[in-house]
Write a protein that binds this ligand. Structure first.
Ligand SMILES: C[S@@+](CC[C@H](N)C(=O)[O-])C[C@H]1O[C@@H](n2cnc3c(N)ncnc32)[C@H](O)[C@@H]1O
Length: 178
């Protein structure tokens, strides 16, 4: 009897580990980067380059545990995140609720389906092949003057107006196709 219970418990624990791994690292790869959080020093760099504040609206494309959305909301801006992993959506929403941030929202779903036209600032930490696809969405869908802050990877062929280590700041209108 005890062996059966241990076996069932083992199967349950293994399923939770496998499905969490799948949701965090495999599932996102279909449309973007797997979950790797930005370290806190870089979050500060990204916020500084963005010049965010009250009256502005920002979005993190692939918001992970919500750390960038939360930091953006703390500047007084309206902050949104799109996240494809249900586990990370739950986690980030719980943190936002605990911090009572009424100006932070996590959208559950893919950023490929998002209308980005209202955002002043777009944060991202994505892989180069995803960013190459995003270039066209940015040109088609962002308003003139919108600022993109990219962590770790630069946008191929675009000219940043500012950099800080491996954080790159772009303005869409400066990189409009000629
Ligand atoms: C490298 S992590 C960055 C997380 C967070 N932005 C940060 O800097 O800490 C990339 C995130 O994008 C999410 N992701 C990947 N593809 C996505 C998609 N198509 N739509 C929404 N989120 C996506 C992943 O689940 C992951 O949380």
């Amino acid at each position: 009897m005890l062996e059966v219970l241990i076996l069932i418990l083992g199967i349950l624990i293994a399923s939770v580990i496998v499905s969490s791994y799948f949701m965090l690292f495999i599932y996102p790869l279909v449309g973007g980067a797997p979950y790797v959080p930005t370290d806190t020093v870089k979050v500060d760099n990204m916020l500084e380059l963005s010049d965010l504040g009250p009256g502005k609206i920002a979005v993190d494309l692939g918001s992970g545990d919500g750390r960038i959305v939360i930091a953006a909301a703390k500047t007084g801006a309206e902050a949104h995140g799109y996240e494809i992993s249900p586990l990370l959506v739950l986690l980030s929403r719980a943190t936002i609720k605990r911090l009572q941030l009424n100006n932070a929202v996590i959208h559950s779903g893919s950023f490929w389906d998002a209308d980005l036209s209202k955002y002043d600032v777009i944060f991202m930490y994505q892989l180069p092949y995803v960013m190459q696809r995003l270039e066209q969405k940015f040109v088609d869908n962002l308003k003139p003057g919108a600022v993109i802050i990219s962590n770790a990877f630069s946008i191929k062929n675009w000219k940043p107006f500012k950099t800080s280590g491996t954080v790159f700041a772009y303005r869409v209108s400066d990189n409009w196709p000629k």
